[in-house]
Ligand binder design. Structure first.
Ligand code: AMP
Ligand code: GLY
Length: 423
């Protein structure tokens, strides 16, 4: 079977390694993949946003199945176009990917269907937005409507900060068209939990929960990044919280999307905050999280390709999706200076890995047989163990065995989760 995976980061590497476990997956193409993924798939230099190029390639190679992993191609309708060629896909169509692509859409959906989330208002006129934050006071949260590489959110502790963010988005054009509409919402407090789920539009099966570490530096300091590390499961996601999420958030969201004529098929990511009033949605993503996937898929005991095809064929209700009881941790090695300013082209030497250890390559290229860093986040070093404490130690042991001069990592991945377990 020929499988095409669109994307080229650590998440895609984790997906490809999991797909490879099925012997039916004899050829996997990664578009564009990267120098590390090249060890596990045939990388083809077609950008994930080049929908025409992807579709042409898929047609020429007679691809049997496609997995579209990143948000941009999903929002651009990559799945719709591949389906027109008769290629079955894992991933939502454009009309369902909007759940991530437009915060104004997702907020309106939650309001209409009574799904718990922060109170909000949407603005297209700057002066009205400025007057609103003046009235509401701080802390308050300002979000650009569209995709902004995870950087379109300002959690403002003062009214001045909120106003500056609004001006930058609506006047400064910082996020282009993504910022011409802003969502202003109530500030929520509580631990954050990521839950990825498989859904075929009718049934929703949550995967093991996880915790991301979004800030660049230890102690949750420094600028927001794509994610510096993850652990799974997340100790704040107790069985009681999980049940409430299922009843109040997951099932209602799947039903709401179906009722709107936008059935969601693929991986729906719930970014949740466990507030004093219960779990609330911070954001939806229409795809696997990165680096959440790097800890979630190593804990999946069922075969990923089988589960994905059950999603595509709307047979998820009859399909077993089993996760291990173990824990996993991922420590990201990034280029020094990430996410602000960094250099690429530094040589990387990967260590030999024992069982239950893995390294997913997020940003690297190969030149003359050497692996060179290429991008901000470079490697995800992963360990699976019986306890979270051992998994975190294992992930650091792996990260410390990598030779990558220009690399850095946070030293406190998993600390908050381990502290919560001790309470
Ligand atoms: P998002 O891109 O929507 O996930 O937001 C990025 C981060 O901003 C989240 O992970 C939260 O830490 C924070 N955030 C977003 N919305 C809120 C909110 N309403 N209250 C407090 N923090 C928030
Ligand atoms: N790690 C957060 C995300 O994938 O959006």
């Amino acid at each position: 079977m020929k499988i095409l995976v669109v994307g080229g980061g650590g998440r895609e590497h984790a997906i490809i390694k999991a797909l490879r476990k099925n012997p039916a997956a004899d050829v996997i193409y990664a578009l564009p993949g990267n120098g590390g993924i090249a060890a596990d798939a045939v990388c083809v230099p077609i950008k994930a946003t080049d929908i025409e190029g992807i579709v042409r390639f898929a047609g020429e190679k007679h691809v049997d199945y496609a997995v579209v992993a990143p948000d941009d191609p999903l929002a651009l309708g990559c799945v719709d176009e591949l389906e027109k060629l008769g290629i079955p896909c894992f991933g939502p169509r454009k009309n369902a990917a909007v759940i991530e692509a437009s915060k104004a859409f997702s907020k309106a959906l939650m309001k209409k269907y009574g799904i718990p989330t922060a109170q909000h208002r949407t603005f297209t006129h700057m002066n009205e937005a400025l007057a609103y934050v003046e009235k509401m006071g701080a802390p308050i949260v300002v979000k650009a409507d569209g995709l902004a590489l995870g950087k379109g959110v300002t959690v403002a502790m003062t009214v001045g900060e909120a106003k500056a963010a609004i001006r930058e988005m609506m006047e400064g054009g910082k996020f282009g068209a993504s910022g011409s509409t802003v969502v202003i919402e109530e500030y929520l407090e509580g631990p954050e939990v990521s839950v990825l789920s498989f859904t075929d539009g009718k049934t929703v099966v949550p995967m093991v929960s996880s915790m991301d570490h979004k800030r660049a530096h230890d102690g949750d300091a420094g600028p927001n990044t794509g994610g510096m590390g993850t652990v799974a499961p997340n100790p704040y996601y107790t069985p009681e919280v999980a049940q409430r999420c299922m009843d109040e958030i997951f099932v209602p969201t799947i039903k709401a999307m179906a009722a709107e004529g936008r059935p969601f098929k693929g991986c729906l990511y719930f970014g949740l905050m466990i507030t004093r009033d219960g779990p609330k949605v911070i954001e939806y993503n229409c795809r696997f999280g990165d680096p959440e996937t790097q800890v979630v898929l190593p804990l999946l005991e069922s075969d990923l390709l089988t589960v994905m095809r059950a999603v595509t064929e709307e047979r998820l209700a009859e399909t077993e999706v089993k996760f291990s009881e173990k824990s996993a941790a991922c420590v990201v090695l990034a280029s020094k200076g990430y996410p602000v300013k960094y250099e690429s082209g530094f040589e990387i030497e990967l260590p030999k890995l024992g069982p239950d250890r893995d390294i997913f390559v997020a940003g690297a290229e190969t030149r003359d047989g050497r692996l060179l860093s290429h991008g901000g986040r470079v490697l995800g070093c992963v360990a699976v163990e019986d306890t979270l404490e051992k998994a975190v130690a294992g992930a650091y042991e792996t990260a410390d065995a990598v030779r990558f001069e220009n690399g850095f990592c946070r030293r406190d991945i998993g600390k908050r989760a381990l502290d919560a377990l001790k309470k």
